[in-house]
Design a protein around this ligand. Structure first.
Ligand SMILES: Cc1ncc(COP(=O)(O)O)c(C=O)c1O
Length: 393
């Protein structure tokens, strides 16, 4: 009955775990959910008010496919302000979440049989999207000791005459690792040399800690700008996951191809959400400071606790809100824990903690822990985790 393409993709594993945890919570079980990909902050009031004003002003009709001019101007100003990049409104397109922006980019660029290079651990939706476009995934593995980053040499080794697109997730979901300027320059050199395109998923660009300076890939050198499609959105930086606003910027020809696809699928992002998004980008940015100071405290706490567990290795991430500890030393024959999935299931059952197994991100031997939850929850998590691990002795 169903089309063949359905067999090539699996439902989002992160959503599955999160749903299982939510189900248990709804049944009254005291589960701490560390599987989430969304922050525990509410959308700021000024943004919510802008959405309400949009409804009252009857901004409830179709907008143009790439999004209102006002919103695209606000996005252009964001690029200028944060990244010193000049985009005109025809080089920007708004979608219903960054996920749709990623999908539209891949659909606009990838032909059947084209190779798309990305790095594991990867964001769960890249393989499915490449597969829906009938492209071929070429995955470069990165590890804790590399800081979950790849070098120009590793990228060059993966390139063939079929390579079309590189996907970079910076800062990364699931590892939180981010590339510095020199590392991006090294990758950019290879991309220009081989005449390729890059989709850089920068949805966590504002969530970086300590003194880390984030650079948008498109600003790295002038020759790279037209080869880069920058994807970003408001879901994470403004705690707006449910509003569904993402955007992409790049070469006008690619952006108009993406608009063509969108005009026959979702048409455009919600008109009301677009009103709210203008306020998010142009209005006061106080939420960010508040979020960052809390998130860095949580990351530091969780990181120190994790590395204090015998045998656990963990990279201290630069950004996003995840840690990705390596947990193979916790595999246990007696308790029948032979994989990251076994460990995640054990932790859900024994400690009532929901984490995501690394195999969801193409990285067996790790788990993803989200710290988009309160310090109290994180402290309780570590108490439960250590108690559950006592049974391993
Ligand atoms: C790396 C990455 N890209 C894109 C998205 C999608 O964001 P949105 O909710 O705006 O579609 C997410 C959300 O989890 C993400 O982690």
């Amino acid at each position: 009955m169903l089309a063949d393409r359905i067999n090539k993709i699996v439902p989002s594993a992160t959503m599955q775990i999160s749903e299982q945890a939510k189900k248990l919570i709804a049944e009254g079980v005291d589960v701490i959910n560390l599987g989430m990909g969304e922050l525990d902050f509410n959308t700021p009031d000024n943004i919510k008010e802008a959405g309400k004003r949009g409804i009252d002003a009857d901004k409830t009709r179709y907008t143009v496919t790439p999004g209102t001019l006002e919103l695209r101007n606000a996005i252009a100003s964001k690029f200028k302000r944060d990244n010193n990049l000049d985009y005109n409104v025809n080089e920007i397109t708004v979608a219903s979440g960054a996920k749709q922006s990623v999908f539209n980019t891949i659909m606009a660029l990838v032909n059947p049989g084209d190779e798309v290079i990305y790095i594991s651990p990867y964001w769960v939706s890249y393989p499915a999207m490449v597969s829906l476009a009938e492209g071929r995934s070429v995955i470069i593995e990165s590890k804790t000791e590399d800081g979950f980053r790849i070098s120009g040499r590793q990228l060059e080794d993966a390139i063939t005459d079929k390579t079309k697109l590189i996907i970079l997730c910076n800062p990364s979901n699931p590892t939180g690792a981010a590339y510095n300027k020199a590392e991006l320059e090294e990758l950019a050199e290879v991309i220009v040399k081989h005449d390729l395109y890059v989709l850089t998923d920068e949805i966590y660009d504002k969530l970086v800690y300590d003194d880390f300076k984030f650079y948008c890939f498109a600003q790295i050198k002038p020759e790279i700008k037209n080869r880069v499609i920058v994807v970003n959105g408001l879901s994470k930086s403004y705690a707006m996951t449910g509003w569904r606003i993402g955007y992409a910027a790049g070469d006008e020809k690619i952006i108009s191809a993406m608009n063509k696809i969108q005009s026959h699928t979702t048409s455009h992002a919600s008109s009301i959400s677009q009103e709210a998004a203008v306020e998010a980008l142009n209005g006061p940015q106080v939420i960010l400071e508040k979020m960052l100071s809390e998130l860095v405290e949580r990351r530091n706490y969780l990181y120190n606790e994790l590395i204090s567990i015998n045998g656990v290795k963990c990279y201290k991430s630069e950004g996003a809100f995840f840690l990705f500890p390596e947990i193979t030393s916790l595999y246990n024959k007696k308790l029948k824990i032979h994989s990251s999935l076994d460990l995640a299931m054990y932790l859900l059952k024994e400690a009532r903690i929901a984490v995501v197994p690394g195999n969801a991100f193409g990285a067996e031997g790790y788990i993803r822990i989200s710290y988009a939850t309160s310090m109290d929850n994180l402290k309780e998590t570590m108490y439960r985790l250590k108690k559950a691990l006592k049974k391993f002795e």
